[in-house]
Ligand binder design. Structure first.
Ligand code: MG
Length: 177
């Protein structure tokens, strides 16, 4: 069976949306850039440099990776991909190694167990280098990664390859693979 690697942040977990929730609460007077206007994969580059440290503090805080909301449709789509049998789905994510005590690794595992169930823990690979992982396809939002399937965001419009517009688009794309 063909192996389908699936990225986590920005693909099944809403990294930027979760950041924005905290950002708006903590800094109600500061600018808010909608997800549709991000021009760079690294969202802090879309904000004034003076905010870089505050942004980093939020995204490296305890619980940030654990309490992200799922991307709309992702949980159902992943469960259907597993039940479907056409692909062997594996979540392939690069943890943020700057988070204190390497909490990011365990928080990502807790997130997967919570939203997808414990059986998906056997389908979770955390690696600093995704090119070391074998797979037939990789659904990712990072424009510069080797990838075959781009998860659509405003900042990856120039990236070529298959394109997954959102998780409700999966049935269409499934037919083309
Ligand atoms: Mg990502």
């Amino acid at each position: 069976m063909r192996k389908l690697l699936i990225d986590m942040d920005g693909v099944i977990s809403d990294y930027y949306g979760s950041f924005l929730e905290i950002w708006k609460k903590e800094y109600p007077d500061r600018i808010v850039i909608p997800a549709s206007e991000l021009k760079d994969f690294y969202m802090e580059k879309s904000y004034p440099e003076e905010y870089a440290e505050d942004i980093r503090r939020i995204t490296t805080s305890v619980g940030f990776f654990r309490y992200m909301a799922p991307i709309s449709g992702a949980v159902l789509a992943l469960k259907s991909i597993l039940a479907d049998g056409k692909f062997d789905p594996v979540i392939c994510t690069t943890p943020d190694t700057h988070v204190d005590g390497q909490l990011c690794w365990s928080e990502k595992a807790e997130w997967i167990e919570h939203y997808l169930g414990a059986e998906w823990l056997k389908r979770l690979i955390q690696t600093a280098d995704k090119t070391m992982i074998r797979g037939d396809f990789l659904i990712d939002d990072k424009p510069v990664h080797w990838r075959r399937i781009v998860f659509d965001h405003s900042y990856n419009q120039d990236t070529s390859g298959y394109r997954l517009m959102n998780w409700f688009d999966w049935p269409r794309l499934r037919e083309t693979l």
